[in-house]
Design a protein around this ligand. Structure first.
Ligand code: NAD
Length: 523
């Protein structure tokens, strides 16, 4: 039996995290293979861009229909390699991707077509301005294992519809899911060189960054993101960085406790807590605290932990023991500093070495690692607060800023607090589902990253904006060309007054001075 992705010099073994069984051995791409893949992508990209948006949208339609037909096959492949329950694979991976395709099918043409840019400056009224949205060329995508299908797929679809070629380096823990994505895209009509997958660990990602790609979209940890930002800076490679999170959930004193406690339990344990948007910190108004904590503990104890392929499972295994050790160390630190463990708090060895019991911690504090570092596992740490200001201060007391949620019966109050929270997304009375809202931009502030994926802003990350300017009077010399002198200076002064002086009489005076000989002789 293999342990996780065992790497020899040139091989990776993909492993089922629930059972430890080897799924397939794959050869890693060498630096030369990666350069060659990028070269092939570059050669193929021009023809792909030439097709135009409407024909590329047709390809997306075929992809969407094939994915819908093969949803069970893809769902099972995701569950086998990443461990999550089948229902989660269906909703958070397949459905999210189908809907991202829907968004692009409906909107890509409108968002990518040339955009007129009217000029406000009177001096440039005779020019026609337009914004063009041109593909970068070859977009490199480096993706993580926790959403091995929906993350690279949603990024890839946006890159492709904008006319780019894509070279994807998936996580070494989930290469088979990426190959499944490639097979669907190629089957739908994306040329093989326009979408390629290169297999390997971190060094393969580093080689992709050194290769002549034109843009990089990276999703992963803050530590790797910083290394990538440094490498990208060396060659001024534009990057999107989708990094980690420590998302707070604020439960106000007027919240429906039954609803919010169910949300906290789902938000903390979905994908065994291995979601960048998962509820990593929970702050509850003191008046509800004991009631809320007890409800969370009770609901958590009812969760069915097991292999994702078992249809009754709520919480699957973690991806790898390495990740589980991080969780263990955070829980131990919290326990040592006085946290109460109300559910879980240990491994589930009867099920296998990658299983950890869903854990509820009460009475945590910001002195504990569990409230400061990304845990990325099935733990729900809960802390009491006394006032809105304190809740906002605690939520913002973090290096991260991916998303947050506020829970209240009063949506105006929730929105007022949401505006004060430093995060890329704040949801009022929901958490995490923003990732499945294809119109919504996804991305963070502070250490959670740079740039956006999804929606209009995600599509705009895949294009360079070019400004095209056409002067409509080709036979006329411009007034600002050579031929300066005092009279020209005064005329210009009058022209400035006409446009910018505050009082009407000043404007009129300026207009009189400016009138007449602006179109004088130029050199
Ligand atoms: P990771 O940083 O370990 O790896 C991510 C990818 O980077 C993998 O493909 C890996 O092989 C590659 N990589 C590693 N070292 C590299 C290097 N030096 N150069 C180039 N590539 C390199 O992250 P992970 O463990 O796969 O994923 C978990 C992390 O991802 C968590 O922190 C989670 O919050 C974050 N994440 C963020 C989002 C988001 O949208 N913000 C989404 C999912 C996951």
């Amino acid at each position: 039996m293999a342990t996780y992705a065992e790497v020899t010099t040139r091989k990776i073994i993909s492993v089922n995290p629930a059972t430890g069984a080897a799924l397939r051995e794959l050869e890693c791409a060498s630096d030369a293979d990666i350069s060659a893949a990028v070269e092939r992508a570059r050669s193929a990209q021009a023809a792909w861009a030439e097709l135009g948006v409407r024909r590329r949208v047709d390809v997306l339609r075929k992809f969407q229909s094939a994915l819908h037909k093969k949803k069970s096959e893809i769902t099972t492949a995701i569950t086998r390699e990443a461990g999550k329950p089948l229902a989660e694979a269906l909703v958070t991976e397949v459905l999210v991707t189908l809907d991202a395709a829907r968004f692009l099918i409906d909107n890509a043409f409108r968002l990518l077509r040339d955009e007129p840019l009217p000029h406000g400056n009177v001096a440039t009224k005779l020019k026609r301005g337009r914004l063009l949205h041109e593909p970068y060329g070859v977009v490199g995508i480096i993706s993580p294992w926790n959403y091995p299908f929906s993350i690279p797929a949603t990024e890839t679809l946006a890159a492709l519809v904008a006319g780019n070629a894509v070279v994807l380096k998936p996580s070494e823990l989930t290469p088979l899911v990426a190959l499944g994505l490639a097979s669907l895209l190629h089957g739908a009509g994306v040329p093989r060189d326009v979408f390629q997958v290169v297999i390997g660990e971190g060094p393969a990602g580093a080689a992709l960054i050194r290769s002549p790609i034109d843009k990089l979209v990276f999703t992963g940890s803050v530590a790797t993101g910083k290394r990538i930002a440094a490498a990208a800076a060396e060659r001024l490679l534009p990057v999107v960085l989708e990094l980690g999170g420590k998302d707070p959930m604020i439960v106000l004193d007027d919240t429906y406790v039954d609803v919010a406690s169910s949300a906290a339990v789902w938000g903390a344990f979905v994908n065994a807590g291995q979601a960048c948007l998962s509820v990593e910190r929970c702050y509850v108004h003191r008046s509800l605290y004991e009631h809320f904590v007890a409800a969370c503990a009770e609901k958590t104890k009812k969760l069915r932990v097991g292999p994702g392929e078992d249809r009754e499972t709520d919480v699957g295994p973690m991806i790898h023991e390495r990740q589980l050790r991080v969780v263990e160390s955070h829980v131990e630190d919290a326990r040592a500093h006085g946290a109460r463990i109300l559910a879980g708090g240990s491994r589930f060895l009867e099920l296998g070495k990658n299983f950890y019991r869903p854990t509820v911690l009460a009475d945590v504090s910001h002195e504990m690692r569990i409230m400061r570092e990304e845990t990325f596992g099935p733990v729900l740490p809960i802390m009491a607060f006394d006032s809105e200001d304190e809740a906002v201060r605690l939520a913002n007391d973090s290096d991260y800023g991916l998303a947050a949620s506020v829970w209240t019966r009063d949506s105006k109050r929730g929105e007022r607090i949401a505006r004060r929270i430093h995060a890329g997304t704040v949801m009022v009375n929901d958490a995490i589902s923003c990732f499945g809202i294809s119109e919504a931009p996804h991305g963070g502030v502070k250490a959670s990253g740079i740039g956006r994926t999804h929606g209009r802003f995600g599509l705009e990350e895949m294009v360079r904006v070019k400004y095209l300017d056409t002067d409509q009077m080709p036979g006329m010399k411009k007034v600002w060309w050579y031929g300066y002198g005092e009279s020209f200076r005064r005329q210009m002064e009058g022209f400035l007054d006409l446009q910018f002086a505050r009082g009407i009489s000043e404007r009129l005076r300026g207009a009189v001075r400016a009138s007449g000989s602006l179109w004088r002789k130029r050199l």
